[in-house]
Ligand binder design. Structure first.
Ligand SMILES: CC(C)(COP(=O)(O)OP(=O)(O)OC[C@H]1O[C@@H](n2cnc3c(N)ncnc32)[C@H](O)[C@@H]1OP(=O)(O)O)[C@@H](O)C(=O)NCCC(=O)NCCS
Length: 330
């Protein structure tokens, strides 16, 4: 047990899982009226991984990513005191996914709960875990983001089905002293209309064609785009100002992989080179709450997080509307 109030969680293990099946822009062009050039130019996405209905669920993907993160950390899973899974597209409402992950990785001493905060769900789970680690209540935490978005995609709607992909990512955090950390998380529930997905299981709701359509992801893309390019740089600037850090001092801005143009716009507004904004959107599409830990795993494998501590900003946005930014060292 670590009772020091100034301890924060440092990422000591990362893992991810992407389904085998790949859906390319050319594949989509056979299903809806679109083409590779349009999708690439407007989003930066070339392909995305899609779950295999016989094999992949939000739960199974979370478990695989978590196993890899725990193995990467090298710790005894019995030391983990907290498991949080962020997921908006769970295959079961209960038992909660975090309990399934706990069982699968043998983290038998951990408390468990899930969070649903749409695309920034991983950030909300990360911030929540930091508060448990900081308080000294737990010394190690396992934080997972997992999504099976293709279950909620209307493959006749070209404005949404091109954007999303499936997958999971996970991080093990250890409470450590002398680690800088701060976060700002924001919400605007009054601006929620631009992204919506209705639950199928509702007493008294007639299964009309209109209602069935609303069980898929509905989105006003342009409004979401404007929200992201306005609020994401603002929250990052506010966080940098609060921590007294200049953007130049940040090694990497690890942003939610929703749209390449959004990321480029944030880089421009922060007057930072695009090289400081790692991206894997071309190969994953938008994997919602899994996007940041999947990217972190790729960065680690590419040696970007290898030597010494890197100062990073993690930032995400999504339905709610919810958004936020975390500044820490990895
Ligand atoms: C969805 C998004 C790519 C659309 O790009 P856009 O430049 O805003 O395009 P618009 O919606 O203005 O549509 C422009 C035209 O392209 C068409 N279009 C839409 N999707 C298309 C597709 N997949 N292929 C070809 N044409 C398409 C539209 O019908 C429209 O045609 P029209 O002018 O004849 O009406 C973009 O708005 C976006 O990425 N928004 C953010 C969404 C997001 O990230 N959501 C998740 C947040 S967590």
């Amino acid at each position: 047990m670590n009772g020091t109030i100034s301890s924060y969680g440092r990422v000591i293990g990362i893992g991810s899982y992407l389904p085998e099946k790949i859906l390319t822009n050319d594949d989509l062009a056979k299903i809806v009226e679109t083409n590779d050039e349009w999708i690439t130019e407007r989003t930066g996405i070339k392909e995305r991984h899609i779950s295999d209905p016989d094999k992949d669920t939000s739960e199974s993907m979370a478990i695989e990513a978590a196993r890899r993160a725990v193995a990467d950390s090298g710790i005894d899973p019995l030391k983990i005191g907290l498991v949080i899974v962020a997921c908006t597209t769970p295959n079961v409402l209960f038992p909660v996914l975090s309990a399934s992950v706990q069982a699968a990785v043998d983290a038998d001493n951990a408390m468990c709960f899930d969070v649903n905060a749409a695309c920034p769900g991983f950030l909300h789970a990360f911030v929540t875990a930091q508060n448990y680690l900081r308080s000294g209540m737990v010394e190690y935490a396992l934080v997972v983001g997992t999504e099976n978005l293709s279950n909620y995609m209307d493959f006749t709607d070209r404005s949404t089905c091109i954007l999303f992909g499936d997958g999971a990512g996970a991080c093990v955090l250890q409470a450590q002293k002398d680690l800088s950390y701060d976060a700002i998380m924001r919400a605007a529930g009054k601006r929620s209309e631009c992204m919506h997905c209705e639950s199928y299981m509702q007493k008294g709701k007639e299964k009309t064609p209109e209602f069935l359509k609303s069980n898929y992801i509905q989105m006003d893309g342009q409004t979401v785009f404007k929200f992201a390019v306005t609020e994401v740089p603002k929250v990052i600037e506010d966080l940098l100002s609060r921590t007294g850090t200049s953007a130049d001092e940040i090694d990497y801005f690890i942003l939610h992989q929703a749209n390449r143009r959004i990321i480029e716009s944030v880089a421009k507004r922060l007057k930072q080179p695009i090289e400081k904004f790692p991206m894997n959107i071309a190969k994953t599409g938008n994997t919602s709450s899994a996007s940041i830990p999947i990217l972190l795993d790729e960065m680690k494998k590419d040696g970007l997080l290898g030597e010494g501590k890197k100062k990073v900003i993690l930032s995400s946005f999504g339905a709610g509307l919810l958004w936020g930014a975390i500044q820490t060292e990895i």
